[in-house]
Design a protein around this ligand. Structure first.
Ligand code: T46
Length: 131
């Protein structure tokens, strides 16, 4: 089964432009407790390099693009996020890395829980031990 699971967000557009609505337990398959966004990531900088013990997230690139690597300890897959109408589901116990941010990239992330550093596994060997 692929690690890459996209969620399509239908654009609600008219002749003025487009709008996407994200609703917890509807378009997004969990209650949304936190929203954050990554922007201004410097050239050649990669981010992530961790897994979450229980957090569920959906990431959507509202402008620009970046490349996400997902790894479940057995296989590694990657996806380019470059559309405001498509989100990438990232489940718990998945190692993630983010690369190739364009200067205009704004990566919006919807999360199922409030911020909790104890939920992070920031070492790859530790991640493999926890599987
Ligand atoms: C993830 C990927 C996609 C907070 O204080 N509150 C927050 O809600 C978040 C997300 C971060 N922080 C602090 C923790 C660090 O001191 O902000 C700083 C940067 O966070 P971090 O180094 O974890 O950022 P990324 O870009 O490596 O990872 C982030 C999320 O943390 C992570 O959950 O899945 O984006």
């Amino acid at each position: 089964m692929s690690l890459i699971k996209w969620i399509e967000f239908p654009p609600l557009g008219d002749d003025r432009g487009s709008l996407v609505a994200l609703e917890g337990q509807k378009t997004v398959p969990f209650p949304i407790r936190r929203v954050y966004y990554l922007f201004g990531t410097k050239e050649k900088v990669s981010r992530g390099f961790h897994a979450h013990r229980s957090l569920l997230q959906v990431a959507v690139c509202v402008t620009g693009s970046c490349r996400m690597v997902l790894d479940d300890g057995r296989s590694r897959e990657e996806a380019v996020l470059d559309s405001p109408t498509r989100g990438l589901m990232i489940r718990n116990m998945i190692w993630r890395e983010m690369h190739d941010f364009t200067p205009d990239c704004v990566l919006l992330v919807l999360a199922s829980e409030h911020y909790d550093e104890a939920d992070y596994i920031r070492s790859y060997p530790r991640f493999l031990e926890c599987l």
